[in-house]
Design a protein around this ligand. Sequence first.
Ligand SMILES: [Zn+2]
Length: 277
Amino acid sequence: MTMDGVFDTLRTLQDVLTEKISLENEVRESPKALESQEDVLEHYKKNFIEKNRDYEKARNANAEYINQIFEAEKSREEAEKKMELLTSARESEALQKEITVAKEKETQSRKAHQREEKYVAELKTEMDEMHNNIALQEKELAERKSKINLEIAEKNQRIGELNAQEQELIPDLDPDVLFKFERIVKNKMGKGIVAIHGGVCTGCYMVLPVQFANEVRAGEDVIFCPYCSRILFYEETDDKENFFDDADLGSLVDIDDMDEDEEDEEEEEDINIDFED
Ligand SMILES: [Zn+2]
């Protein structure tokens, strides 16, 4: 294969790899989009369980008040019955007191019952709302989930196609070149093959040694940038770019290089050592 052919293959492979890597990231990340909604739903369910506990408690209390009313009524009625059969004034007095106490108890229990009944109804309304909300959230979440699963299936299918393309391209390339190239595309999430313009690597904007730039121009071998490890190819540029002001370029280089160096220092050293071998 000609060098132009190798460069073309590498560029095609680069497109395949970047698309594949980005899809793989999406497949890995997309279920996380549901996490916050799942947390919210869990929280709603927990609140519902707590509310239900309050509701059961209130219903039991209410039943107890109803029972108390019933008991108070019963003792009042019994006292009233006894009253009808009575002769002595003294017994009458004691029974009258019993009736009064029973009536008071009945009134109190009735008030408590009314209060509790209202509370039970409030809780029931709240619980119905919570229940509807949970059902709605569950439905929404299930819909989002199936949509995401569908997207993941589509992405996985596309990844499969890209893997097949990758396998077709790989046999045409030197394994050592391929290894370094794939690594640089993965690490830098993008360009593994860049042009040199006026002796400058357009990947890292470092000025290359003249001899080195000439070798790239000769195009007899695959050459890696000594600074950023990308594969270099020669590209004709117009005059404007060839006479690019060095001072301007210098300032650009500094900014661009600073963070790139920090991020990839170790990785690049590695690659450079390999390269020298
Ligand atoms: Zn470079």
